[in-house]
Design a protein around this ligand. Sequence first.
Ligand code: SF4
Length: 441
Amino acid sequence: MSKKLLLKDAHIEGIRYFETYRKQGGYTAAEKALKMTPDEILEEVKASGLRGRGGAGFPTGMKWSFLAKPEGVPRHLVVNADESEPGTFKDRYLMEFLPHLLIEGMLISSFCLGSNVSYIYIRGEYSWIPDILEEAIEEAKAAGFLGKNILGTGFDCEIYVQRGGGAYICGEETALLESLEGKRGNPRLKPPFPAVKGLWERPTVVNNVESIAAIVPIIDITGAEYAKIGVGRSTGTKLISACGNINKPGVYEIDMTITVEEFIYSDEYCGGIKDGKKLKACIPGGSSVPIVPANLLLRTVNGEPRYMNYESLADGGFATGTMMGSGGFIVLDEDQCIVEHTMTLARFYHHESCGQCTPCREGTGWMHKILKKIEKGEGKMEDIDLLWDIQRKIEGNTICPLGDAAAWPVAAAIRHFRDEFEWHVKNPELSQTQNYGLAHY
Ligand code: SF4
């Protein structure tokens, strides 16, 4: 059984409220941190080996150490709660059931970074959660854990919740900052990076909800102890939101030493494939990461078991492996049609492109059109090569990672499931009445 650090108290009735959270030991990590120096906290975060839980996996301690500290210029912590990646809903779970864990993590992080005004930018569709967060903020303030002169330390901190307008692109940190400033959420060219010029051109750290929540157990048990959980550079625990054709969809906390096979088939986690069907493929890190067929999902190319961690999932590179990403684990059974699935994703990315760069704006639209044509049985063999060519021209040629996120699913689908694309071309009549999966199993 995986060790629980974040969700250990999630089952306790009333844990959403300050009184119950406090009774379970809540805010003791904050009390401990406020007696430390910001540098000591930073050293603990670095020692923990925590990697950003939003998708990129960049070391959090290193990111914090890049924060510029010009004299007299305010600094900010911004929590990225714009969780819009299809298949990902772990941050929603944290905010809905454990809001004080996030607030406590923000207090410690704000103290370390010197942010007196911190923000939570939350996706518009999570319409009921801002009220939960604002209630938790008021409770923390009433108990002296937010506001002026917190616990007599002389440190002031206010937290504000800002609702997004429902654009996926605002999950990209610079688009998020633009939106937080009240502008259209267009990603900025980097450099300068937010650590130097972020919100209102001030030094800013943008971190994912789960990353900030993880600061609480890191301070609680120390960075060194946190680093002992997990394996290699995949330290600590990770939240996985599992969905698709499985028996037990939900949010699970894993310690990154379990195999993918165990995660899918054990009763502790996904409980196996629904209706006893066969596993066809999986997208283990949210819709932006490459899809992996079952044979490569359970074992690496070298025949080693594949583990639920950053290194093992990426083993084999983009040609064979995939990425941990945001931990949005989407399982597809044998009945699913990869072409239809890829077309749905292409439509999503086309809709969500902000339109600033030509390869993304035009390319996502073309990919969707061609996929639609192939899926309907109206495609030609050369359309598959054209699709491949378009995704190659998007990848690496755009301002922000949405371009890559749109290209990778298409590339992986053609690389691993070209036979399904060809089946649609060769069987125009059949493809109009049934999908590849149902026709083949
Ligand atoms: Fe906008 Fe797409 Fe360019 Fe990102 S890659 S800036 S979403 S057009």
